[in-house]
Design a protein. Structure first.
Length: 190
């Protein structure tokens, strides 16, 4: 049986200097710093275009290469940043599911009370006011179920997808290469 080869999607980013890749307001060493917002948004937006189980290669084209090889610092910075994002995303999913369970319990209790109330109103007669109140209780009870249904049907799976992408980016192959100078034929007129 032939092993299927894994496709590695390449994301390329162009920067002038190493400082442009990291958040300049963060005083910690490069490998612990947050990525610059523009760089992070660029990498994430490209990664989100691929399936959640994708593998990535991030190629950083740097115009002004430092004297020391920047690849280990860039690799560790990108890995640390997206590993932290994956951890925070996992916590968000856990928190969302706790909220979902709590709102489900509250919604079910409220729905049960509304159904009991609607049945009690049926005993008192079938005049217009009791029918309106009965229908109002039924609708209100089902509306109380809206939030748990939203969480369990729609909200959790995009977060799971995003978490998979973050974990993949946290393990991405990272390469830093010297950016080739722009071709004069493609320069914009001054």
């Amino acid at each position: 049986m032939k092993k299927q080869s894994t496709t590695i999607h390449q994301i390329e980013i162009r920067i002038g200097t190493l400082d442009e890749l990291f958040n300049s307001m963060d005083p910690t060493p490069f490998h612990h710093r947050d990525l610059d917002t523009d760089a992070q948004v660029f990498i994430e937006s490209w990664a989100m275009n691929y399936p959640p189980d994708s593998h990535f290669r991030v190629v950083v084209h740097m115009a002004k290469m430092p004297e020391e090889d920047p690849e280990p610092v860039v690799r560790e910075g990108i890995h640390n940043y997206f590993a932290l994002k994956a951890l925070l995303n996992k916590r968000n999913i856990r928190s969302l599911l706790i909220e979902g369970r709590t709102s489900l319990m509250i919604g079910l209790c409220f729905l049960a009370l509304c159904l009991v109330g609607a049945d009690l109103l049926s005993v008192f007669g079938t005049n217009a006011i009791s029918r309106v109140l009965k229908e109002g209780l039924l609708i209100g009870g089902w509306v109380a179920m809206w939030r748990p249904m939203q969480i369990f049907l729609y909200e959790w799976w995009p977060l799971v997808r995003r978490g998979r992408i973050y974990r993949s980016l946290g393990k991405a192959k990272v390469h830093v290469v010297a950016a080739s100078p722009p071709h004069p034929a493609f320069d914009l007129p001054q």
